[in-house]
Design a protein. Structure first.
Length: 239
């Protein structure tokens, strides 16, 4: 599925080629802080008697978890890179967290449940984990250097929140010259109209927005079981 881009006088972006050696799946912030209703953000809203404000968001998160898990399984099947990001302080007192996080009472303390990944979409083996303290996955990490070191020029992005960390990352990735596929039905935000607006604004300007099935169909063509007897191509990994 493609999301309809609002009318603009420009040429549509080409669909990226999901080549095995140069494409990575990046799952943004699927951690207990903002992806589980009983911890972090959800717990804060419950304590303030405002959880109804987040009911739609968490219901959407529950819907995208199995889609992200399917994407991860498909990338693992064809031995393509997976990158997991999360917001996590470097210090025990979270003094390195950005001021706007501190103002909201967010700490992301090392060792806390809030910085753990949801079990259903957690990293496996030597998959790459990046800890950050900003909305963009680039700003407070070495992501750009990492991607260049491992030869990745195309990112498939899923996770939360569409209008915050996901959108910031997509925009910065495009500015740095990466091709981006944003998996629209594997992201979530606070309201359906906001989700539609965000996807429409990003599509064909900073990325192409596609759905989970679109990505899975293209990865299926790379599966060793579909290679008609040809030996499976092994993707080299660093580390």
């Amino acid at each position: 599925m493609a999301w309809s881009t609002t009318a603009r006088n420009h040429r549509p972006l080409p669909e990226p080629d999901l080549a095995r050696r140069t494409t990575a799946l990046m799952v943004v912030d699927m951690q207990y802080f903002d992806a589980h209703p009983d911890f972090g953000m959800g717990a804060q809203l419950k304590g303030a008697g405002r959880f109804r404000e987040a009911e739609y968001y968490f219901s959407e998160v529950a819907q995208i978890v199995p889609r992200i898990a399917r994407l991860q399984a498909a990338f693992r099947e064809v031995e393509m890179e997976l990158i997991h990001t999360r917001v996590k302080a470097l210090t025990r007192d979270a003094r390195d967290i950005t001021p706007h996080h501190k103002a909201k009472g967010h700490s992301y303390l090392p060792g806390s449940k809030e910085v753990e990944f949801l079990e259903e979409v957690a990293p496996r083996g030597d998959e790459i984990i990046l800890d950050k303290t900003t909305t963009s996955c680039f700003t407070s990490t070495g992501l750009d250097l990492l991607l260049r070191n491992i030869g990745v020029d195309t990112l498939v992005i899923a996770g939360v929140d569409t209008c915050y960390c996901v959108e910031s990352t997509v925009r910065e990735a495009a500015d740095r010259g990466y091709a981006v596929v944003l998996v629209g039905d594997a992201t979530a935000t606070s309201a359906p109209e906001i989700q539609r607006f965000a996807l429409n604004e990003l599509d064909n300007d900073f990325c192409v927005v596609r759905d989970t099935t679109w990505v899975l169909d293209r990865l299926d063509r790379l599966s060793p079981s579909r290679s008609k007897g040809a030996p499976a191509q092994v993707v080299g990994r660093t580390g």
